[in-house]
Write a protein that binds this ligand. Structure first.
Ligand code: C5P
Length: 232
């Protein structure tokens, strides 16, 4: 795996032509692309297929959270799109995560199934308000362990959580990390950021990077700079 294969570019857009132009521009310079709820709600499975047809691995970031049978059905439908990674909310519980893992286990080509633990937009106070005692860090660890026990392949987490999760969950559990900012890029609305090389040093397997690449004057150059940083 080349260092640049760790980079998944977030295509946070509802404009398919823009997404495809970015994808073509970045092919070979990054490991894949991430499409989430904004893209999917506007452009649907056809949009995902169009991006996948560029030949790049796709992280389908739809964060499923429902009863086990419905999540199993959603995962089955997602498998038809051939994603490299997909995700569910760990707070949906062990039975829901097992339903996702078991559905994927039957597929001929198996995507990685990741859990979202605590949304990074939620602090300790927000957790208390929805009835979760303790701090966000312990809740992240608790849900990540539950995800591993339920047969999931990894979690999406902040780089700050990566070191503790790596220590607790071992070398094979995938850590996918957003909130990445090279030291030359604007912070935007991200608060807890790390550079690409810091995130990898803290244990990240994959980096989700959006605006530092997609918002750059020259996205391909930005991706090259990040890949160079990771190769050093
Ligand atoms: O543009 P930027 O690099 O901030 O984009 C980061 C991407 O990762 C966005 O798609 C965002 O929704 C996603 N993400 C995040 N923080 C999380 C989970 C996902 O920034 N905790």
């Amino acid at each position: 795996m080349k260092p640049s294969d760790k980079i998944f570019v977030a295509l946070d857009t509802t404009d398919l032509d823009h997404a495809l132009a970015l994808g073509r521009d970045l092919a070979g310079l990054v490991g894949g692309v991430k499409v989430g709820k904004e893209f999917f709600t506007a452009l649907g499975p056809d949009g995902v297929r169009a991006v996948a047809d560029l030949g790049m691995p796709v992280f389908l970031d739809l964060k499923f959270h429902d009863i086990p049978a419905t999540v199993a059905g959603a995962v089955r439908a997602a498998l038809a799109l051939g994603p490299f990674m997909l995700n569910v909310h760990a707070s949906g519980g062990a039975a829901m995560m097992r339903a996702a893992a078991e559905t994927v286990a039957k597929a001929p080509t198996k995507p990685l199934v990741l859990a979202v633990t605590v949304l990074t937009s939620m602090g300790d106070g927000d957790l208390a308000a929805v009835g979760v005692g303790g701090d966000a860090a312990s809740q992240v660890l608790r849900l990540a362990k539950l995800a591993q026990q339920s047969g999931l392949d990894g979690v999406v987490c902040s780089a700050r959580e990566a070191e503790a999760l790596r220590a607790a969950l071992g070398p094979n559990f995938k850590l996918v990390v957003p909130g990445i900012r090279p030291d030359w890029a604007a912070t935007d609305d991200q608060k807890r950021i790390t550079t690409p090389s810091q995130a990898v040093a803290l244990g990240a397997d994959y980096l989700v990077i959006g605006r530092p690449i997609t918002g750059a004057d020259n996205p391909a150059d930005a991706a090259r700079r990040i890949a160079e940083e990771l190769s050093r």
